[in-house]
Design a protein around this ligand. Structure first.
Ligand code: IPE
Ligand code: IPE
Ligand code: MG
Length: 249
């Protein structure tokens, strides 16, 4: 086969990206970082920072709806965050339970379908029950898809997808990118167009490793509890200035 024909063959197997012009952000992912530093600067306990972080999450959900975003994935707790002091983890789990209780009516009213991404088996019983309750209460809604990454790790996500392929006795020749993507925790979540990380850190910290392959990355100096509509809008403007290429010309 000559080279041109071989190239045509490669083109045929290249993943098809739905839209190569970034006219509008449909799907975003956010690493909500900086709660601890926000609290420290105010000489407050770290839990106060996490609590302030939940208010920033509420503002972000509202602004996302207004700005026409369809899907938002928020990194709330990583598989590595279990290594934090037990008192901080305990406070954080309590804040998750309280926030679900507090936010549920508003999420329902606003049409926000909320789903959790990550492991469920290590959540405290009360939290696990709240997660199920929230997912059920919002399951029929479609104004915004909100994904909460809880006990989530990008590597753990790929590992469990691999495990499922083996459990299903899939023929190795049938394993392609679609087969893996279909077995990730949130197989229905669109790959993010834009990833925002607050707090000035510029790393992924094990978030959505598979899904971020061609995502535009924006790192902001603001701490997460200070994030709101203006910061989201700025990140979307920055995205609009980027040119996505997906490896092409
Ligand atoms: C992010 O804020 C929230 C979680 C990881 C749960 P941090 O708690 O990591 O805040 P910093 O990075 O210490 O400031
Ligand atoms: C990432 O932030 C996890 C979440 C925001 C939930 P971390 O604060 O845990 O990440 P590192 O430790 O700075 O990389
Ligand atoms: Mg941090």
């Amino acid at each position: 086969m000559n080279l041109i024909n071989r190239i045509r063959q490669f083109r045929a197997i290249r993943p098809v990206y739905e839209e190569e012009l970034n006219d509008r952000v449909r799907s975003i992912a956010v690493i909500m970082d900086g709660n601890g530093r926000w609290a420290k600067r105010r000489r407050l306990p770290v839990a106060a920072g996490h609590r302030a972080g939940t208010r920033a999450l509420r503002r972000t959900v509202e602004a996302s709806i207004d700005l026409g975003v369809e899907s938002v994935c928020m990194y709330a707790f990583s598989t590595e965050n279990w290594s934090r002091p037990p008192e901080e983890i305990e406070a954080l789990m309590e804040i998750f339970v309280e926030s679900i209780d507090k936010e549920m009516p508003e999420l329902v009213r606003q049409g926000v379908r909320t789903r959790f991404v990550g492991r469920r088996d290590r959540a405290p019983t009360r939290l696990a029950a709240k997660i199920t309750e929230l997912e059920k209460a919002t399951s029929g809604l479609d104004r915004l898809d909100l994904w909460i990454a809880y006990d989530y790790g990008g590597r753990a996500d790929i590992v469990q997808a691999a495990r499922r392929l083996v459990e299903e006795c899939i023929d190795p020749l049938d394993i392609d990118e679609n087969a893996i993507a279909a077995r990730l925790y949130a197989s229905e979540m669109p790959d993010p167009d834009l990833l925002i990380r607050t707090s000035g850190e510029e790393r992924l910290s094990n978030f959505l490793l598979w899904q971020l392959a061609y995502t535009e990355l924006v790192f902001l100096d603001v701490l997460w509890p200070d994030f709101g509509r203006r910061e989201l809008s700025r990140a979307l403007d920055e995205y609009a200035r980027r040119r996505r290429r997906f490896g092409g010309r």
